[in-house]
Write a protein that binds this ligand. Structure first.
Ligand code: FE2
Ligand code: FE2
Length: 190
């Protein structure tokens, strides 16, 4: 008998693949910044706008709802779940900081490049580590209880906001980011 994989879990894994791709692109630009080369600030700004408006606003709350159900089904996991909540808060804080650093550069304010490069590396490391942890440990825990998950409640809690970059319709304000992603995935075709 095959167990139906939770649709929410599938969506979360897809988001993780997309976020990992964006973190690689962001890291490439942050390395240029650290090497005193000229990074693509506009691209960094687009990536951070996506991560702070989609990953923090849609992806993490979606996880929080699934972890909320896990907390009820497996109360012995409450400590590790509290750490996840803390991580989500920290990622959002680091992300807002980095986004405002980059926005300041784009609007030609004077910002220390080494500070921005360091903030970018801290953010990338934190978010990558968080995703790896979720994929290796937390999602396995969810898989163990997935037949007991209330998918309807998970779907009902959703904001109904679709992914503005990787979804079926690319939003106008993310068109430039979408093109950069296509170029990064398939440089030969551009
Ligand atoms: Fe998470
Ligand atoms: Fe996640």
């Amino acid at each position: 008998m095959t167990i139906k994989t939770s649709q929410t879990l599938k969506d979360l894994r897809r988001d993780h693949r997309n976020v990992m791709l964006l973190l690689n692109m962001l890291e490439f630009e942050a390395n240029r910044l650290a090497a005193l080369d000229e990074p693509d600030y506009q691209l960094m700004d687009d990536i951070m706008r996506y991560l702070t408006t989609y990953a923090d606003v849609v992806h993490h709350p979606k996880e929080d709802r699934i972890y909320g159900q896990l907390r009820v089904l497996q109360p012995q996991q409450s400590e590790v779940l509290a750490q996840i909540e803390k991580d989500h808060g920290e990622i959002a804080r680091f992300g807002i900081e980095l986004r405002s650093d980059i926005e300041a550069i784009v609007s030609e304010a004077i910002v220390r490049r080494d500070t921005v490069a360091q903030d970018a590396h801290n953010y990338i490391e934190k978010l990558r580590g968080h995703i790896d942890w979720e994929e290796l440990e937390m999602f396995s825990l969810i898989e163990e209880v997935q037949s007991e998950l209330d998918e309807q409640a998970l779907a009902a809690g959703s904001l109904g906001k679709s992914d503005p970059v990787f979804g079926s319709d690319v939003e106008q304000e993310f068109q430039r980011l979408f093109t950069s992603i296509q170029r990064a995935i398939n440089p030969a075709q551009t």
